[in-house]
Design a protein around this ligand. Structure first.
Ligand SMILES: [Zn+2]
Length: 370
């Protein structure tokens, strides 16, 4: 396999493998990287995620037509003199942005000989893993809280995903998944939060945004943060484009969390390098209800590197943003309304300068929670 797994904080690097590796010194999940290819934008071919294959590991793609989602200019910033674009990620094949990560991760793990892929998501990541495993001819086994139910579970089951209910709170499913993989060498832990391949797939979001803006980076991106993959994918994607000279800057990337579960916002406000685990409250944004993000230190470093803000929005703000999106014709799930809620707050506060460009990913379809 091309490239290396590298530590975001030190010079540790190792050969890519199906095993989920952590830095032996820093204890953090690794990310995948290869030398920047010599390439011009005119050399890009095809559509969707695999248009950017030159920046990804060389693999035989497992694809369902992911990526290539529209960048739609919104009316919401007009009265403030700000250009706002929605990045329509809920139009991906399984209804969320996670398809980018799953497409690349499943492709790479199949290439490395994996047969049974394990994760601990009962949500969009689980659905994406089940779908891409089905497309790849691999098995997907999802450890989920016993209480999990609803459309996302039905979606996972429909793709043929094997569901393993785990009694107890959410972290119990994670522990059980890790234990199963440690005991059975046929199982590969394909964690959407920690896999270097999953994160590499998410960098394509930055490439598409920049290309749709004629190879200009927007001034700002407002992103919801749960596990932080979306924010980090944007950060590494724009960083790569900057190193190629295809864009002139990295946008300020702002993180939005629900007040009910905001470990990144709390750590950012207090100036901590790492988030502390929080006791999560109830929130409609269940997809981002992650009390201790595995890549927390990396998220905070990326936020600070771009000069981004971190803000926590209330349940009322999330629901208002979701309602207003629907009334403009965009049907997204509550978790996908986190970033728009943050956007509305920043617009109202006069945070953006006139003439600035802001991109907001809409991460998941409203049909997911109907
Ligand atoms: Zn390290």
């Amino acid at each position: 396999m091309e490239g290396f797994f590298i530590c975001p904080f030190c010079d540790h690097r190792e050969e890519p493998s199906p095993k989920l590796a952590r830095c032996p010194r820093c204890g953090v999940p690794l990310r995948w990287e290869k030398p920047v290819p010599s390439l011009r934008p005119e050399d890009l071919r095809g559509r969707g995620l695999w248009r950017y294959a030159a920046f990804l590991p060389r693999v035989s793609p497992v694809t369902l037509g992911e990526g290539g989602t529209p960048l739609l200019e919104a009316k919401v910033g007009a009265s403030f003199g700000v250009r706002v674009f929605w990045k329509m990620e809920f139009l991906n094949p399984t209804g969320s942005f996670k398809d980018r990560g799953a497409s690349l991760m499943v492709s790479a793990l199949r290439e490395l000989g994996a047969k049974i892929l394990v994760d601990d998501s009962s949500g969009n990541a689980g659905a994406a893993l089940a779908a891409y495993s089905a497309a790849a001819g691999l098995r997907a086994r999802l450890f989920v809280p016993a209480y999990a139910s609803g459309p996302k579970i039905r979606q996972i089951r429909a793709y043929g995903g094997e569901l393993v209910p785990v009694e107890g709170p959410r972290p119990a499913a994670t522990l059980q998944a890790q234990k199963a993989c440690a005991e059975n060498p046929d199982l590969v832990y394909a964690s959407h939060n920690a896999s270097p391949f999953f994160l590499a797939g998410l960098t394509t979001l930055a490439f598409e945004i920049a290309e749709d803006l004629s190879w200009q980076a927007p001034d700002h991106v407002v992103a919801p943060v749960g596990g932080g993959g979306l924010l980090l994918g944007l950060f590494y994607g724009f960083s790569l484009l900057l190193s190629l000279g295809w864009v002139k800057k990295i946008p300020k990337i702002h993180a939005v969390q629900a007040q009910a579960c905001a470990p990144i916002v709390l750590a950012w406000e207090r100036g901590y390098a790492e988030p502390e685990a929080v006791e999560p409250g109830e929130t409609v944004a269940e997809g981002a209800r992650i009390p201790r993000p595995e890549r927390g230190r990396e998220i905070l470093a990326a936020l600070r590197a771009t000069g981004g803000q971190a803000l926590a929005v209330s349940e009322e703000e999330i629901q208002k943003a979701q309602r207003e999106l629907a009334q403009s014709g965009l049907y997204v799930e509550p978790t996908a309304a986190l970033a728009p809620a943050g956007l509305l707050r920043l617009l109202a506060a006069g945070f953006f300068a006139r003439g600035e460009t802001v991109v907001v990913p809409l991460t998941g379809s409203g049909l997911k929670t109907s």
